[in-house]
Design a protein around this ligand. Structure first.
Ligand code: URP
Ligand code: ZN
Ligand code: ZN
Length: 466
């Protein structure tokens, strides 16, 4: 029986503790849900002791980009807060930031209420970005209230999905001005929606309906142009910005160019863009598994993204977890534009990045921790409560076996989806034990926490220094 974390004490012995800047062997003593003591050969007696000899011990991951139970393209993403945060915990992610979607014509606060209801059954911790899909003077006041009083300090914008989520550039600039004045952050899905819509219409008019045409409707220029435009609007308003799910060299170069005029724009990419290339769309309707926006790109883009991580231009790795069952994907059987966009990934972010990044020598262990936890906490105003191993931080801790090999499969994953995009992939490195605020969340392949355990993380203003 797991005890309440107000009383539970845990001693993690002899692990290799890795943070964004350090790497050493020590013990961790955890009390009242917090990291209380760090040191070699600690004498403390705890109610539970974990032997972490030969294992890595790093901060619980924070996924900055998930869509749980989200209404989208005529259906809902198939993981809700319970199944989604459980699967995240199995993969070593203890906190997720989900997106609240404003309904166009309605208020941000009404949308907030809907998401607060959905998130009551969270198992892991969570926070929200607020997606502003319809900006006006009344919404501006709500933005201020969310930053100052609610602890939602990041505002998502879409430069695509016209008619549902997209705002125009005028709204974008006005939103940026308000957000800047109050110390928040504007995040963006940066693709040129008008160009994409015209290409979709053209392909469909020519009878081109397969998933391949999803890819061909969103060429690199649609993302690089929108990323550059977003950077220009940030430059004009002085607002701080964050580009979500960056996929390609052209978009990264837009950020590089912004750097030439002393701008800093935060960037996120996702494991799928680092590891998979567009050949997945050649396989007829199987390609629907990879129908997401922006689409999977070319090998040269993978190389650019890895170098973006190495150069510190890409600050975070999220999943853009937006799962749909195969039946839902079949909604677009005869028309790629009706395939719900997104794929299941929340469970595999840490293990994929460790296996493809650290094990293959592309990023260091410290960089791995930085982009999966520490930078996310800093950028989104929850550091040092979350995102590091330090005295006083929440005891969100992963004990990770760096040598264990395993194979990803729909038969063993915990996401509410009947396929895995990564079916059969062998990865090296496995999440073994996970603590959430000092409670044992994952151990021996089981989740020990229940729905309702997750807590909302009230975020502070963005810290610009990372
Ligand atoms: O295909 C995607 N990415 N689906 C989720 C919505 C979004 O654009 O992030
Ligand atoms: Zn997006
Ligand atoms: Zn997304």
């Amino acid at each position: 029986m797991i005890q309440n974390n107000e009383t539970m004490s845990v001693l993690i012995k002899n692990g290799r503790i890795v943070t964004a800047s350090e790497d050493y062997i020590a013990d961790l003593y955890i009390e009242n849900g917090k990291i209380a003591v760090i040191g070699a050969n600690l004498p403390h007696q705890a109610q539970k002791t974990i032997d972490a000899t030969g294992k890595l011990v790093f901060p619980g991951g924070i996924d900055p980009h998930v869509h749980l139970d989200m209404p989208f393209m005529g259906t809902f993403s198939s993981d809700d807060y319970e199944s989604g945060t459980r699967a995240a915990l199995f993969g070593g992610t203890t906190t997720v930031i989900d997106f609240i979607l404003q309904t166009q014509g309605d208020t941000l606060h009404n949308a907030l209420k809907t998401w607060q209801q959905k998130s009551k059954k969270a198992i892991g911790d969570y926070s929200y970005h607020m997606a502003v899909t319809d900006f006006n003077d009344e919404v501006a006041k709500e933005v201020v209230d969310l930053i100052e009083n609610v602890g939602i300090t990041s505002f998502k914008t879409f430069m695509a999905y016209k008619g549902a989520l997209m705002i125009d550039d005028g709204q974008m600039v006005q939103l940026m001005k308000v957000v800047k004045e109050h110390g928040g952050l504007v995040t963006v899905h940066a693709t040129n929606g008008d160009v994409i819509d015209s290409m979709i219409a053209k392909h469909l008019s020519e009878g081109k309906t397969a998933p391949l045409y999803h890819y061909l409707s969103q060429p690199e220029v649609t993302e690089s142009e929108a990323s550059a435009r977003f950077c220009d609007m940030l430059h004009y308003t002085g607002c701080t910005g964050y580009i979500v799910h960056m996929t390609c060299e052209g978009a990264l170069n837009a950020v590089r160019r912004a750097g030439l005029r002393n701008q800093r724009v935060f960037v996120e990419t996702c494991p799928q863009y680092l590891t998979v290339d567009a050949s997945v769309y050649e396989n007829d309707f199987e390609g629907a598994k990879w129908v997401m926006s922006p689409p999977i790109r070319e090998k040269k883009d993978q190389a650019a993204l890895w170098s973006g991580l190495q150069q510190g231009l890409i600050n975070a790795v999220g999943t853009d977890h937006c799962p749909f069952t195969w039946e839902q994907k079949l909604l677009g059987k005869d028309n790629f534009a009706k395939i719900p966009n997104g794929h299941p990934a929340i469970e595999h972010r840490m293990e994929l990045l460790f296996s493809e990044g650290v094990k293959k020598g592309r990023i260091s262990l410290n960089k791995f921790v930085e982009v999966t936890a520490t930078n996310v906490a800093k950028i989104f105003g929850m550091y040092p409560q979350k995102g590091t191993i330090a005295i006083g931080s929440d005891a969100d801790v992963v004990v990770f076996d760096p040598e264990a090999k395993h194979v990803i499969s729909k038969d063993t994953h915990h996401m509410n989806v009947d396929y895995s995009s990564y079916e059969g992939w062998e990865v090296t490195g496995k999440t073994e034990t996970v603590l959430l605020r000092g409670e044992v969340a994952i151990e021996n392949g089981k989740c020990h926490l229940e729905a309702g355990n997750g807590r909302f993380v009230k975020r502070g203003k963005t810290s610009y220094v990372i």
